[in-house]
Design a protein around this ligand. Structure first.
Ligand SMILES: NC(=O)c1ccc[n+]([C@@H]2O[C@H](COP(=O)([O-])OP(=O)(O)OC[C@H]3O[C@@H](n4cnc5c(N)ncnc54)[C@H](O)[C@@H]3O)[C@@H](O)[C@H]2O)c1
Length: 326
């Protein structure tokens, strides 16, 4: 199978490429990424020199590059996106460009060359939930410009299925954690700042709840959708592991033997969703289930950041001093 993977220098895309090539060594992968701030070539070092792996620098809004690459593959897996809520609140424009116009560019070429698209979306499209878990047909109700850009892309994708009969599938996942996540996000930021004995910024009361999944489990779900998913459908992916932010931070500090007084409560983010939760029974009925417990996953993640100090030492320290996370 020939795959075009967009955003494969980022967190989830790079983990996906490594897992996929390990399991299917004859698959051919082209990784299209514009080397934006969250990208890192170190993430794909293991596969860089393989004959069946190719990196192309380019933007998914650039039709000439996207057309050339889409025409040559069987399937596109679209991970490329601006992914940080706080950045979308400061400046929504790059989110509209990458997350909506980029998807439009891919769709036009999927339509033209009759190729298949698996698009990676997010639980944030459903907005904040009280006690329920959103199933696939729950109403889209995004809060941030980031979530709205992802929801807009979903609507566009559905229209290409209904109007042009394009082979498209949407996956929506909950918050990921694991190796290679850019340290602007909650878990890597907490680990690294704690290692450096710096304060850990926490929005509001820290009671906001997210449903956490280890990145390898997200990757195995996408792999299942590539092989067994039905066109025109969407699939929610979740490990049913709801935890509030402060509990996660306390666990990390305890694992690292650092004092709780590193925690520093800061003003809440505007429009901060309180809780996300997905019902993932549809993908589970295909035979997928997560394998990694939170205790096991967080241990693996902390150990990865401890062993890979060079990876995060190279990252601009200003990222680590900003307050926000997703
Ligand atoms: N991280 C999560 O918890 C999470 C949860 C659910 C869904 N998602 C979705 O998964 C996908 C990947 O997320 P991530 O956390 O790996 O993000 P990331 O920010 O780590 O990586 C994104 C990658 O995409 C590239 N990119 C961005 N815009 C591009 C463009 N216009 N053209 C080419 N390359 C571009 C960047 O250079 C980067 O390498 C995103 O679509 C995101 O919405 C993420």
């Amino acid at each position: 199978m020939k795959l075009l993977i967009t955003g494969g220098l980022g967190f989830i895309g790079s983990n996906f490429i490594l897992k996929l090539l390990e399991k299917f060594p004859d698959y051919q992968i082209t990784n299209l990424d514009d080397e934006l701030y969250g990208s890192n070539h170190q993430n794909v070092l293991q596969v860089k020199n393989l004959n069946n792996y190719e990196f192309v620098k380019g933007n998914i809004t650039d039709n000439s590059i996207v057309e050339k690459l889409v025409s040559k593959v069987d399937i596109v897996i679209n991970f490329a996106a601006e992914s940080h809520v706080d950045r979308s609140i400061s400046n929504a424009k790059p989110f509209i460009d990458s997350n909506i116009l980029g998807v439009f560019t891919i769709l036009e070429n999927i339509k033209k060359y009759k190729k298949k698209l698996v698009h990676i979306s997010t639980d944030e499209v459903f907005g904040s939930l009280e006690s329920e878990s959103a199933s696939e047909d729950y109403k889209l109700n995004p809060s941030s410009p980031y979530a709205s850009s992802k929801a807009s892309a979903e609507l566009l994708i559905n229209s290409y299925f209904k109007t042009y009969d394009c082979e498209v599938i949407i996956t929506r996942c909950t918050n990921n954690y694991g190796p290679r996540q850019f340290p602007e996000k909650l878990i890597p930021k907490t680990i690294i700042r704690a290692e450096l004995d710096k304060s850990i910024p926490v929005y509001g009361t820290g009671k906001n709840i997210r449903d956490w999944i280890f990145v390898d489990d997200h990757c195995s779900a996408i792999e299942m959708i590539i092989h067994k998913g039905t066109e025109g459908e969407s699939y929610n992916i979740s490990a049913s592991n709801e935890i509030d932010n402060i509990t996660i931070i306390e666990k990390i500090l305890s694992f690292l033997g650092k004092p709780l007084d590193l925690i520093n409560f800061v003003d809440d983010r505007p429009g901060h969703d309180f809780r996300y939760s997905l019902d993932s029974s549809k993908i589970r009925s295909l035979g997928w289930k997560p394998k990694t417990s939170f205790e096991e996953g967080i241990k693996k993640t902390i150990e990865w950041y401890q062993k890979n100090k060079l990876w995060w030492n190279d990252i601009d320290r200003n990222i680590l001093t900003e307050t926000p996370w997703k």
